[in-house]
Design a protein around this ligand. Sequence first.
Ligand code: BG6
Length: 498
Amino acid sequence: KTPKNHILVIFGASGDLTYRKLVPAVYDLYDKNMLPKNFAVLGLGRTELSDNQFRRKMEEGIEKFALNNTGSALKSKIDTFLQKLYYYAFNTKEEQEYAGFKDKLLALDKELGTENNFIFYLATPPSMYTTIPCHLARQGLNNEDEGYSRLVVEKPFGYDLESAQQLNESLFRNFRERQIYRIDHYLGKETVQNLLVTRFSNTIYEPLWNRNYVSRVEITSAESIGVGSRGGYYEGSGALRDMVQNHLLLLASLVAMEPPALIDSNSIRNEIVKVLQSLRTIKEEDVAKQVIRGQYINSTVKGKKVKGYRQEEGVDPESRTETYVAIKFFIDNMRWGGVPFYIRTGKMLPTRVTEVVIHFKPTPHHLFSSHATIAQQQNQLVIRIQPDEGLLLKFGMKVPGAGFNAQNVNMDFHYTDLADVYLPSAYERLLQDCMLGDSTLYSRGDAVEAAWKFVKPIQDAWKNNKDIKVHGYPAGTWGPDVADELIEGSDLTWRYPC
Ligand code: BG6
């Protein structure tokens, strides 16, 4: 399917996101002939740049970050693509400057034949998420009488429940839900979408996917890098806001949701929101027991000295911001009643991996004495979201030879085993969907608020109770040891992928 002719307007076009992710992803779409005939990117920002300067900068971004950036015809292809990029400098805070921007946009629309279809992408600091849509609406750029008007809002969507509600209210004053595309780039990942296919297209999983057969679910998103140059941003965020409220709760929802009636935006998003609304609230007084937070401290990793979080640029030397969180929680519904869910995420852990692990219950009768521990008796399904995308099933098999001894073996599928597999970047997929008017892979307003609602008592407890520890963990380790104590069951721990 090819999208309708349109202009993609990027607010914050001189920033990093545009350079690293957005324009390279648009180029990848172009490279695969997925853009309409009449199309342009109009970059906006305060920095004064000519079209040409903008194009040169984006050329560099494409060369470094586009996925399809190799091949013989490449140079001329990039050059042709760059002709579709334009830039207009103005102060997006100032309402009176929007008339000039509108003139520029409409002139371009007329010249290129993009039929009044506009996507407004807010790649700006979150403080602009209310201002820009409001000014756009004053210019009538929210109306869809002649073409369409879509608004893409980057994360973070709010800072807490209240600010997320306010942001939704403010957007709804001028745009309808169907015009708003809230980004959670995890939904753009091929392997995250594959969770639904794994679950709902296989007879062998779905009948077991419930409290009768699953003993616990574990979701890990580990990063081996620290905050780097993002210390300033991260100080105001921390892992709970940065990763849990959005990406990890979304993954948990896809793992836990009921089959949608149809594969369409509303059906899928209805099921996601039901899971989020069924999350059992963690009472403030239980936060210390169910939530572990940590912060990396300086250490030596693979022979190299690594800074602690408090020594990073832009970070308060006495900061209590968490760079690691692990949470135990429950989903109060018919399918999952009583099954503990565990999520954890952290920076400066030993490796980069995002995975979901379904731990199945042991068989009711324990026949093989060599399978002594509960952990040995459990089947595990490991869904590797990234890197090394794939699926691993651990199951018991007879040790060849005398007697009946069981051992666990792996059945392992890697996406790389598929010939010519091309995994589009999350931004490529999401931008393409927005161009096609499909919001399935974007977060809906009610889902975002439900996720904030779950996170709120944790934020409150951390704010109100200074006795709740921020555990230091040496960079390059799996976070605070106490996180193991979250897992119910005497000989059970997290899975530690290498
Ligand atoms: C972003 C966070 O949303 O997700 C970053 O702000 C984090 O801190 C990133 O590094 C992780 O994304 P991915 O796709 O690398 O898992």
